[in-house]
Every structure is written in structure tokens, then in C-alpha cells.
Write a protein that binds this ligand. Sequence first.
Ligand SMILES: Cc1ncc(C[n+]2csc(CCOP(=O)(O)OP(=O)(O)O)c2C)c(N)n1
Ligand SMILES: [Mg+2]
Length: 786
Amino acid sequence: MPQVLEGVIGPEQEAAALDKIACLMALERKVLWLSTWMIHNANHLRPNRDGLKVGGHQASSASVATLMTALYFDVLRPQDRVAVKPHASPVFHAIQHLLGHQSREKLERFRAFGGAQSYPSRTKDGETVDFSTGSVGLGVGITLFASMAQDYLRLKQLAPTDDPPGRMIALAGDAELDEGNIFEALLEGWKHDVRNLWWVIDYNRQSLDAVVSDRLFGRIDAMFEMMGWRVVTLKYGRLLEAAFARPDGHHLREWIDACPNSLYSALVYKGGEGWREHLHRDLNRYPGIRAILDDHDDPALQRLMTNLAGHDMESVLDAFHAVSDDRPTCFIAYTIKGYGLPFAGHKDNHAGLMNLDQMASFRRNMGVAEGAEWDLFAGLDLPPERLSAFLSAAPLARAARRWHEAPRVPVPPSLPPPRGKRLSTQEAFGRVLGDIAAGDTALADRIVTTSPDVTVSTNLGPWVNRRGIFDRSERVDTFREEKVVSAQRWAMSPRGQHIELGIAESNLFLQLAALGLAGSLFGTRLLPIGTLYDPFIKRGLDVLNYACYQDSRFILVATPSGITLAPEGGAHQSIGEPLIGLAQPGLVSFEPAYADELAILLRWAFEEIQWDDGQSVYFRLSTRPIEQPERKIAAELEAAIVAGAYWLHEPEEGAELAIVYCGAVAPEAAAAHRELAEDVPAAGLLAITSPDRLHRDWQASRTEGKISFAERLLARLRPGAALVTVGDFHPATLSWLGAVVGNRIVPMGVDRFGQSGDIPDLYQAYRIDSGAILDAAARACLLALR
Ligand SMILES: Cc1ncc(C[n+]2csc(CCOP(=O)(O)OP(=O)(O)O)c2C)c(N)n1
Ligand SMILES: [Mg+2]
């Protein structure tokens, strides 16, 4: 019976508690069986057409079978949200199958196209998955930021507060703690006084390659405690604890405590005989130890010595149920990688798969008859009706839906473009957002901004000044209180709508990922906007990819960008990011040149991130003020700006040349186009607002048999006409345009960086100034004539 209940419950409740444990232990066996069988089936029994290994992680799955059984069938409440370590996916699928949320067919197709996914995936496995995982460390990290998102909504009464808050839970592999993003997240979480967070560490002391270093648990302990977490260590199970309580038993405890991880793992693999040999050699002088050895045959000794708390259902339940407050808690659960399988403890077991003979004998041990491998309750020593009743009573089985449907936030039909003769897109962004902040609209209330210490320098200031900084508690702006003059008003409160992060781009993307899932996770949509410097997208790139992979929705504003950043720092100039924008699934990118374009696109983005089949949106902006066109934008032009391009100067029908530009180089392109007018009066000037949208449309048109937008635009030119493309980015961003209808192309752009200087010097040095564009145009015309 769980320790917490001893002495406080009556005989009936005691019987119920014992029944629960019996059911959970039976189901734990089934979870282990189904997860290993699913992998075996995929690798050995399904036809293999390409000779590739299918894989799956039997050892990593076995390691968490007890922990996950306890959580999913007993501990979790519907509002809790879980990130499962990626390679425990088979355990996760087995559990969902037992809960009736995952079909047998999907399990049979584990790792096949359309089957249960290798790593739990929100977009492919669907509603059972709270957070996708795969890139180790990120699933752990997102739970922390999801907890902040939950607080953000609850403290503003944007989400119902009748139920207690959900616990954001990560089931982490111990080697995941080597990932830097974990440490970055921990520190940020401490700053924000994060709550309702559980990280359950599957401390099997093995990674992919090796056995992890000894005494690591001490470091883990200290690290979490330093960040204000409670640390609960689940080390030894009931059998071992009982042995320790016998005469001389403390010597056994000391022996195991001192046993190096690698020796312990090796002995787990060797089994009873190995333990006996070592214990005999080291502890034979103690009569109590001799008695323990005599009382256990080899299988019993193996059972005893591997009885770690992470595999002991009662210990696990005790630990989970003992936590009733909202303090973040780290459970260090000692486990054995491959527990219960023939390669338990072997250092090479990460990708290990049982062979046919091993599986046959494992099946027999599990009491599963041949042909009954998929049966839910085969081989268990409790009646199926009892187990089935137990499962249907689990809180997660009863919960209707796991994902919420959150209503869309209305977006006004237009956002007024900021006025001004000369503006940069970054300034325009700050002003559009500042105007939204000043209004009393649903849109304004649901926008949440966040930035890794570049709030001011990315022009979020006007927004923050009006909408305040989010904090769990009220904090005054000391500079303001002390009447020190500053343009920034930084009062913090639960009402604030900006989450200020330390300089860690990984945290920015995890925070955006979590905020962008708020609708589904907590029932209320947020419209997150994150800002950072464009080159530092690469610092968090895998995390951005992670956010997009699980279809989280947010707006990313990257500014400044390119060499146009000029004197402010060669080291911060970005080149390849538009190619990321082009290639990243789930993210559509724009690089407008003018403020009116930005206002249109930002409005479109607020809609786009809310459509079921929408995407996140990335804006690459600039600090370069440029002269603004005086124009009224009609609906057709607006649609073209959103679609990615429009003729700023329409070419004459059949023209032989066009200059194609994108972003901050607009003045150079226009100047070159003006000068060209004498020699090639028919030439056009094509403004690109999104290489990405154009490219996708072109790709899609080929499969859908339509004429692409790019092709329609270029159709005004004579066949084979020349294009000079130019942008403050890698020339490959636009060079594909030459393939749309077969234009001759001279792609201009930047493929090196790192010089400080002013724009005239840098544009000349990197050859994106108007002189270089004219040279290219001349070359292009020659090419086209050939
Ligand atoms: C970012 C990233 N790097 C590398 C990998 C490959 N990989 C998958 S599992 C793993 C080791 C995991 O060890 P641990 O977290 O201790 O889990 P265990 O298998 O022991 O349960 C590695 C390196 C990955 N999935 N993600
Ligand atoms: Mg491990």
C-alpha cells in the first residue's frame, strides 16, 4: 500500500489501494509488452521494401514503462500536459491504445507512412499528443514555457480558473540534461517564478553512446535546488529497502551507492551470477549479507539488485502523489535501460532490438500466446473485465477532448500604415504595433510579445509602454518612481502583455512555441509576436524548427537584418536567413521594403496564424530609413503584396529586361531602373515582398497544373528576357526566378559579411549598389541577346 496512506485509511480503502496497484502492475507489464512488440513487428514482421532498418527503442521504452504507466493510468488529470521523451514513443502509443485513443492498426504501422510516429507528434499522431518531441531537450524545455503561458492566461482571467491549473510534465531522458537549452530554460524559469512544472528524469544512467558519468545525480540535485525546485529522488524499490533493513543490510546499500554506474550496468546485464560473484568478493565478511545471498537464487538476486524505485510501482505512486503544491519538482527516478529485456544494462542497447529467439522467449515469459500478441489483456494475471473497468475509470480515459477549440480573435479589415516620408520597416513595425496597443480591441488584448533582451532595439518599446510587462506579481518601475527620465515604461504586473526574456534565442522560440499552442492547450488563443536580430535566428534554429514542426502559430519579427545594419556591427549581419524562410515548413516569410506593405502584411499575418491550415509568419525587417511611396493601395495591389510581388514599374509588353528587388535595397534598384530608362525604356521594376510565397506558389502550381503567380507577372516580358535580381541576402534567394519561364538571370546579393561601414561603402563593397545593378543589367542584356 502507498506509504502516504498507511494508517490513515480503513480496510475498504486499503483494499481499493491494493487493487489499484495490482491493476497498474499488470498494465505496466502490458505496456512493456506492447511497446516492444510494436517495435518487433515493425522491424521483423512487416515487409521491408528498401532494406533500411526501421528501428525503435526497446531499451529506452522499457526504462520508462513503470513511470508512464503510473502517470497515464493514475496520476495525470485531464488538464495536465505532457512531453514524453522522444524514444519512449512506443510506450506512449501502447498507453494510448490501452486508453482507447489509438488504434491497433496504427500500432501495427508504427514508423510506417501514416502509422504511429517514431516520436510523438502533435501533427501526425493527433490529439493524444500535447507536445511533439524528437530533438532531445526541447520537449523538456517547452513544458516550462507552457507553464508560463498557462499562468499568463489564468492571471488575466483569460482561461477558466475553476479547475486547478494543469501540471506541465516532462518525461526526460537523463542525457537530455546535457542539452544547453535545459539550463537556459531553468534560469529563465527561476526568473519568472515558474509553477506547476514536473520534470521526471528517467535516470537510467545511459545515453546513446555510453554510460553517463558517476555522481551526476549530485550535480542534478544541486542544480535544480539552486533554481528553487524541489528534488525528489526515487532510488531504491521496496525489495531493496527491505533487504537494507535486514542485519548488515546497510553494507549492501553502501555497496550499491558506491558502485560505479558502468559496473552496475554491466552486472545488470550479466544477471544473478555476476551480482553474486561481486557481492561475495566484497561483502562476504558480513553474515547478514551471506544470509541475503543464500536466500536468493540467481533470478531472485537479479530481481533484488535491479529493484530500483523507478521500476517500483508503489514507490513511483508514493512520490507522485506526495506532491500537492505548485512548486516545480524534479523527480530523479533511478531506472535501468532495457529493464526486463535481455539487453538490460548493456551499454550498447540504445538501438538494440530483440532477435526472433529473444522475442519468442520474452513472449513466453509474458504469458502471451502466439497469435495473441495484440490482445489487450493476454498474459496478465487479472481478469480482463477488471482491467478494462480500471482503464475506463482513469481520468484521462474519461476526459472528452484533450485539445481545445479556441475561437478566432477578430482582426480589423485594415491596419493604418504609419505616416512619414522616410521610414524603416522596423520603425514602421513599432508604430503599427504601438497604434494597436493604443486601441481597445480584442486583437490588442490577445497579442503577447516576447523578446530575448532586444525589446527596445527591435522597436517593441511603444507596445510595451502601453501594454506593460508581464509578471506574476506587481513590480514598480523603479526608474519611474525615482523620476529618472526614460523613454521606456517598464512596470510589471500580471496584466502586462510582454514577456521579457534573457538573451537566449532558444528560450524565445520555446516561449513562442508554447504561446502559439495556447488555444489548443488551454482553450484561449494568443497571438504571439517574438522579436530578435535576424542573424540570431540561427542560434535558435532547431527550436524554431521544433515550434513549426508542431504547428505552433506565432509571428517572428527579425530585425535588423543583412549588411544594411551597416555601422552597427559587421558581426551581426545576416545573409542566409531568407533561405531559411524559403525552406522552413510551417513558416511563411516576408521581406517588405515599405511601411504600407508591412501594415498590410502584418494584418494578414494575424489572420494567417489563426487559420486551421495557416502557418507562422516571419518578417525580415531593416533599420534603414527609406523614402516612402505616396500611394493608395487598391485591393488588387494589396493581394499582390500578400502573394509576394508586384510591378512597381510595369514593363512594356515584351520588354527585354526587368530589375527585381526585395527589401531594403529598394532605393538602389529604383535608381538603377531610372538610369536604365534612357537605354531600355521598356524595362520593368519588380518589387518582391516574399520570395517564399512566390516560390511555394510556383512549386504548388507545377503539381496542381496551374499557372503560377510569378509566371503571370513575368509573362509581360519577352520570352527569354533578362532579369537582374537583387536583395540584401544570399543571391540564391531569388535566382530560381530564372527557371519559372526561362528568363536569363543575373542574381545579385551578398555571400560574405563582417565589415562595418556605412551603406554606400558596404553596398559598393558587396556589389548591391545601383552601379553594380546597372552593370549587371548591361551584362544581362548581352546574355539575353546571345
Ligand atoms: C538534439 C538531438 N541530438 C541527438 C539525438 C539522437 N539521440 C536520440 S536519443 C539520444 C540519447 C538519449 O539518452 P537519454 O536521454 O538518456 O535517453 P534514454 O534512451 O537513456 O532513455 C540521442 C543522442 C536527438 N534525438 N536529438
Ligand atoms: Mg538515459
